[in-house]
Design a protein around this ligand. Structure first.
Ligand code: C2O
Length: 588
């Protein structure tokens, strides 16, 4: 298996930290990019330590990890769907020092939760959620009145803005344990619960708001950040006299500043046109290239008894995470409000951001009727959450209840998807074929270095990774099986803001154009806390990044190669992220 461990040290040096022997023994996790629930001051100093391009590359050895072919969705025997327990079990959240809330638990209920029943078309008008940048003054006035009414309610009313904001905190900062697993934290991020949980959350928020203004047809807006006209903070949210304004935001990012959907704490040096082009390519990459199948799109399986953070899907990674960080106030200790999960529900903009995330679920299903379907795993369909409705009574709602927005009586305004045509392009000068690396000397060096993983990412590091398929694959094979780059055993402290980029076959990663094809994807970690009261406090997270490769290998003309060169480039949190292993798997 010598060919599996080609490695090299290029001039430029690399001195790995002491290897961790536990790598590889932990359960597999999936994809990444997270916004954390809470954070410490350390995050702020990290934000300053943004991407200095370090052109020194280091090549690392790989063991015989490349050739395994596994099915990611294999059902584990004995597992069950995650269920939220009785809310009386809600415990203290793990909040950062200086947090501006004390508890995240919902007000108690005297009655047991009722099971969700879909509203009939007769009783519930179809609500059309509009693009936030395109609404009328009347709409803004109504929306303001609704938020004002929520804010006017006392915090112990579950319909109040404060109680609604804390719903998010409770499900993110460790206030619950899954039913039947009192020692384990319930976490709705970084797994396949991400899309359905937030859909339910917005659904009840919208019903409450509509009932408070006496208009059940009122629909909350979505922040259309995936199209050029929507790439600024929508005007209605930045009017200081408005209920939609939140002072805890990044002041540099008020309009006319364009959002960077790939934001990592550093201001990009783009013209507006470059930023738009970059954002569209980022959208294409996350929604198309990296999301060919349901298990990749939704994120990793997360079942009762599992540790949290099994691995988010591409959209949860990017743009979801960067949009949170871009909005949050860097002068607050935890980048509140949007930059931290515990506080993000306090910013009305959160609901518009998540409406667009929710819209991406619908849009994705519409992109490919054959392959883009909801998951069918019973542990996903049966997962359940508790919410108060507008009456207010406690409702248990399941993932299977929210697959069809029509059944929930809402839809999204139909707007163009300009990113569909923004397939990233190859930067010819920056690409190389992995084969060119595999000199005998390199192989020898690699064999010796194969044990050096895991690595702490202090600087750019490259790995030659064997592909599980020997030859060019047929069209039919590619349509049914995806080659997936699995970056496993990613460890980062929960309080550290971290981002690293993953390039494939980039001779010179610094020369890759913005949104270039050589960039396979990124890992993003936004600080949060979790597990308070569940014996998990103080632990870092361990997770996995999964990046679909079929389309990229096609574009890079690397489909005939035996291996690819993967370069990991730390952008934020240098020296604070460990990577356990890198391999390529085939998955359906
Ligand atoms: Cu529950 Cu955008 O976070």
């Amino acid at each position: 298996m010598a060919s599996l461990s080609q490695l090299i040290a290029k001039p430029g040096t690399f001195s790995p930290r002491s290897p961790r022997t536990s790598s590889g023994l932990r359960p597999r996790r999936a994809t990444v990019q997270r916004v954390w629930c809470a954070s410490s001051r350390r995050e702020r100093s990290e934000a300053a330590d943004a991407p200095k391009h370090d052109r020194r590359d280091v090549l690392l050895g790989l063991g015989a990890l490349g050739a395994s072919a596994t099915l990611m969705t294999a059902r584990r025997a004995g597992a069950d769907p995650i269920a939220t327990p009785d809310i009386s079990t809600c415990g203290p959240a793990d909040l950062p020092p200086g947090a501006n809330v004390l508890t995240c638990c919902p007000p108690p209920s005297n009655a047991l939760p009722v099971d969700f029943a879909p509203p009939g078309a007769a009783s519930s008008p179809l609500r059309t959620r509009p693009a936030a940048h395109s609404v009328t003054a009347d709409y803004v006035a109504k929306f303001n009145a609704g938020i004002a009414a929520m804010k006017a309610l006392p915090a112990d009313d579950p319909r109040s803005f404060a109680a609604q904001a804390s719903v998010h905190c409770a499900y993110c900062d460790g206030s619950y344990s899954p039913e039947g697993f009192p020692g384990v934290e319930l976490q709705v991020h970084n797994s396949w619960l991400f899309f359905p949980f937030h859909r339910c959350y917005l659904y009840f928020f919208e019903r409450i708001l509509g009932s408070l203004i006496g208009d059940p047809s009122f629909a909350i807006p979505f922040w259309n950040w995936d199209a050029p006209d929507g790439m600024r903070m929508p005007a209605m949210y930045i009017d200081r006299s408005s209920q939609l304004f939140d002072p805890r935001r990044d002041g540099r990012h008020a309009p006319p500043k364009l959002i960077d959907l790939d934001y990592s704490g550093r201001e990009p040096r783009f013209t507006d046109n470059q930023q738009i082009d970059h954002n569209l390519r980022v959208m294409y990459r996350q929604m198309v290239s990296l999301s060919p199948t349901p298990s990749l799109f939704f994120g990793s399986a997360y079942r009762a008894g599992d540790e949290p953070n099994q691995g988010p899907g591409p959209v949860e990674n990017i743009p979801h995470g960067p949009v949170h960080i871009w909005c949050g106030d860097p002068n607050q200790p935890g980048r509140e409000d949007m930059g931290n999960f515990y506080s993000s529900g306090n910013d009305p903009l959160f609901y518009a951001h998540h409406a667009n995330i929710d819209r991406m679920w619908s849009v994705w299903k519409g992109l490919d009727a054959r392959r883009h379907t909801d998951l069918t795993d019973p542990d996903w369909l049966g997962a359940s959450f508790l919410f108060y409705d507008e009456t207010p009574k406690l409702v248990r709602i399941r993932v299977r209840d929210v697959l069809d927005t029509g059944a929930l009586r809402y839809r999204y305004q139909d707007v163009p998807l300009p990113w569909r045509a923004a397939r990233p392009t190859v930067t010819a000068a920056a690409t190389r074929r992995a084969d060119s690396l595999l000199t005998p000397a390199a192989q020898a060096a690699g064999a010796k270095k194969a044990g050096k993983l895991p690595i702490t990412l202090e600087e750019a590091a490259s790995v030659a990774v064997k592909r599980p398929v020997a030859a060019r694959r047929s069209k039919a094979d590619k349509a049914s099986r995806e080659e997936v780059l699995v970056i496993d055993g990613i460890e980062v402290d929960r309080d550290v803001a971290a981002k690293f980029d993953v390039f494939v076959n980039a001779e010179d990663h610094a020369a890759v154009g913005s949104g270039g094809r050589e960039l396979a994807g990124s890992f993003v970690n936004v600080p949060h806390r979790h597990g308070h009261g569940h014996g998990k406090k103080g632990r870092g997270i361990k997770t996995t990044l999964r990046l679909a490769l079929n389309e990229q290998l096609e574009d890079l003309k690397a489909e005939g190669d035996e291996s690819v060169e993967v370069t990991l480039v730390p952008r934020q949190g240098k020296g604070k992220v460990k990577v356990g292993s890198v391999r390529i798997e085939l998955m359906h």
